[in-house]
Design a protein around this ligand. Structure first.
Ligand code: GAR
Length: 189
């Protein structure tokens, strides 16, 4: 996918803390693969926006309350910035089928479970409630069904006896930071 000499132009969509965003920005600085040109958030106070701005990356907030209208605006912005790949990184809104079709095969997501198990929200507490031995994280392509697109990379994480949702979430997040850049390397090289 990488055209000679040109870094692939990426947009990252966030809703919150943005540690995956931060990690991807740092990774992008150390390699020739891609450049994050745009960060989109549905929350004005998403702390990830601060880090993006510090790195002089364009940021824009779309609340997506008027979903289709905002999605049209996002698509225009993506076009203006010549974005080739969208990385969802803790983006907690579901994109419409129409939007996904427009970027077919070019949207990837990170999810904090071993998909296809534990799609959706509150993964860690559900995993613990079910006394699973392992959980983990998954980078996958986004299709029109929630957390169901083709898997690019996964990492298993062992559940410890005293794990709480928070301790498990922290351990899995560390692994997320390893596999998201790797997954991008896989699809871009
Ligand atoms: C990450 O754990 C990510 O896997 C999860 O949100 C967190 C965002 O953290 N995403 C989802 O649950 C998507 N359904 P971050 O803002 O620090 O990158």
């Amino acid at each position: 996918m990488k055209s000679s000499g040109n870094k692939v132009r990426i947009a990252v969509f966030i809703s919150g803390t943005g540690t995956n965003l931060k990690n991807l920005i740092n990774f992008s600085k150390k390699n020739n693969l891609f450049k994050i040109k745009l960060v989109i958030s549905n929350k004005r106070n998403a702390t990830g926006l601060i880090f993006a701005k510090k790195n002089r990356i364009n940021t824009k907030v779309y609340y997506l309350k008027a979903k289709l209208k905002d999605e049209r605006k996002i698509l225009n912005n993506l076009k203006k910035n010549k974005i080739k790949i969208i990385c969802l990184a803790g983006f907690m809104k579901i994109l419409s089928k129409n939007f996904i079709k427009k970027f077919n095969g070019k949207i990837i997501n990170i999810h904090p479970s071993l998909l296809p198990k534990y799609k959706g929200l509150n993964t860690h507490s559900r995993v613990l409630d079910n006394n699973e031995k392992y959980s983990g994280c998954t980078v996958h392509f986004v299709n029109s069904k929630l957390d169901s697109g083709k898997i690019i990379l996964q990492k298993k994480v062992k559940i410890l006896q005293n794990d709480t949702s928070l301790t498990l979430q922290k351990r899995i997040l560390k692994q997320e930071h390893k596999i998201y850049p790797k997954a991008l390397r896989i699809i871009l090289s």
